[in-house]
Design a protein around this ligand. Structure first.
Ligand code: FAD
Length: 315
């Protein structure tokens, strides 16, 4: 009975989180004395998962799964778990998995622990440390069901790399027609996505209007970062909704999050708390963001950001 891990990909490329969950699955499998089987959906070269501890890949290539659909994806992962007799299934706690994992837990009849942020405990891999209350607290959860589903947060577990290639087996599960047609529209092909970005540059209402986003884009380009924004900014139509981060938007777990002209409301912080280092630039020294940030600049974004870009370009 191997540990089964679902490795996310987008447009044929594995996301970084796929390697993190594979490494996490390897650590769990080592404790259980077993191997890791991965499910790969429409990814190129799944054998590279071997470098992260995967022994075998069930490789699905099917047009019907070309765009993420929680119901269909949960269905095929459940079939694989059933056929493999897997009692432990591991996914990421990504934005997609928010929809996928609860459906999968129901299908598997599994206890599900999401948002796991620490390496498997040496006492039991099924007692996990998780974030709670939108990242404001931690708790320890033990999964006691026969089948266990674990959702691992981004950046929670370092990559375990080696030189091995995984054995790849083509896998053709039945994909039921569920009446939902999902089409993926790629709006910004050459940009770093928020989910995968190591650095995120985020702008708020303090930037006054969409015409001032040029400097945010410039800073993002210099740093190879993704751009994001607060909710009012996307509600006002200054930026696309896909950039809205926070409790009701996308979660961010980057290494560096730079908040420019954002006050730091709890709903905003809830979505970005998992970022490792937070830097805020704000004119108001009393802005709540300063309490949550690691570094703060009290200053006018229209002076600080251009100066920062100039310094970084000269670096
Ligand atoms: P503001 O609160 O208006 O703050 C602007 C900041 O810019 C101020 O701190 C100001 O000092 C600073 N500033 C002004 N001029 C400058 C300058 N020249 N240079 C530098 N700084 C400057 N919000 C989210 O972001 N994400 C969510 O997911 C989200 N979900 C929500 C869910 C619910 C149910 C509710 C009720 C609210 C939610 N909100 C969310 C909204 C949230 O409460 C705040 O209203 C919002 O985050 C504020 O956005 P902001 O910081 O851009 O704007």
């Amino acid at each position: 009975m191997s540990v089964l891990v679902y490795t996310e990909s987008e447009q044929g490329k594995f996301k970084k989180v796929a390697f993190e969950v594979a490494s996490y699955a390897r650590a769990v499998a080592d404790q259980l004395g077993t191997s890791v089987t991965a499910i790969s959906i429409n990814a190129e070269d799944p054998s590279i998962l071997g470098a992260y501890g995967v022994t075998k890949v069930l490789n699905i290539t099917d047009e019907k799964l070309s765009a993420f659909n929680a119901k269909s994806y949960a269905n095929v992962i459940n079939q694989a778990a059933d056929e493999q007799g897997s009692k432990v299934v591991i996914v990421s706690s990504s934005a997609d998995s928010k929809y996928l994992a609860p459906l999968l837990a129901i299908a598997l009849k599994a206890g599900y622990a999401s948002n796991v942020v620490a390496a498997p405990s040496s006492i039991s891999p099924f007692t996990v440390k998780r974030t709670a209350f939108t990242n404001k607290a931690f708790n320890e959860t033990s999964i006691s069901t026969d089948i266990k589903l674990i959702g691992v947060s981004k950046n929670a577990f370092g990559l375990k790399e080696n030189e091995t290639e995984a054995e790849v087996t083509n896998y053709s599960p039945s994909i039921p027609e569920n009446g939902v047609h999902v089409e993926s529209v790629d709006k910004a092909t050459d940009k770093v996505t928020i989910a995968d970005a190591e650095i995120v540059i985020s702008g708020g209402r303090g930037l006054k209007g969409p015409e001032n986003w040029g400097m945010i884009e410039d800073l993002a380009e210099v740093l190879g970062a993704a751009t994001a924004c607060s909710k009012p900014v996307s509600d006002l139509g200054w930026r696309p909704h896909g950039e809205h981060v926070g409790q009701t938007g996308k979660p961010v777990a980057s290494n560096l999050y730079i908040a420019i002209g954002i006050s730091g409301a709890i709903q905003h912080l809830a979505g970005i708390n998992a970022s490792k280092v937070k830097l805020v630039i704000n004119t108001d020294p009393e802005a709540p963001f300063f309490k949550a940030a690691d570094y703060g600049v009290v200053g006018d974004a229209f002076e600080v950001v251009p100066a920062l870009i100039e310094k970084l370009k000269a670096f």
